[in-house]
Write a protein that binds this ligand. Sequence first.
Ligand SMILES: [Zn+2]
Length: 297
Amino acid sequence: MDWQVAGHKKQLEFLEQTIKRGRLAHAYVFAGPQGVGKRMVAHKLAQILICENNQACNSCKQCKSFVLKNNADFIELGGSEAIKIEQIRDLIYKLSLKPYLAQYKVAVIDAAENMTEEAQNALLKSIEEPKPYTIVILITSSPDRLKKTILSRAQKINFGVVDYDGYKYLLPLKLSTAQKALIQNFASQKPGLALKIAMDEEFLSMLANTEKQLDDFLSEDKSKRLLLVNQLSESETAELLLTLDLWQNRLESELRKNPHKKLADRIALLGESQSLVRQNLNAKLVLVNLMLQADYA
Ligand SMILES: [Zn+2]
């Protein structure tokens, strides 16, 4: 089976054996860091299950509609927003209908930890008494935010990071050396993120800017740094979180090449700052605090 997925050999082998033996679970939890390719594996698994040739052949009717994102036997929801009970009820209804063409009906819930309590309870009921043809895949980077009762009903598969060498062959050939270096620096060990960046010209040029910002932030030049704090504190929360996360990725990849305590401390500070921003603390205060602490780190 050609999964066309970077890394995760053991996990793919396990899934392949499960499919061959017809021993699929009705619910899976794909857990692991963001951007390592969990969603890609979930999509591939879904496609294999609904493909007329059971192999994600890309040429049968089912695969074609899957690729065009209008396959009635595949349902996907989730993202960065809260997942509400109405969405889960709608999902459960769609899952209750028999598959149109496939043997299975597959649902993927991305960032499943964003399900509200009620949404999780509703989903739990449906995975406790699943229809024989339904498969639900929950993707999460924080499995601890899922109800224990859901975790206990689902088969959990853990995904780890993947080295750059393990996925670089999947990057588009047209990328320049500088672009590849950016991807390697900012998405090292995260093939999902790396491919997303590689396909997106705008993201790539934004990264070049992010790199410059990080240099400014760590420079000795106080005015540059304050200007940057001012500028960043005016960006949207999601954008600010992305910047901090990318900075963290960048320092993490540096840390792997050249481990020292100062870097490790700065990485911890970046993680802390992100959680403060998520708690709706004033962005400017968080950034000033980060700037001051990074000096002492
Ligand atoms: Zn097919």
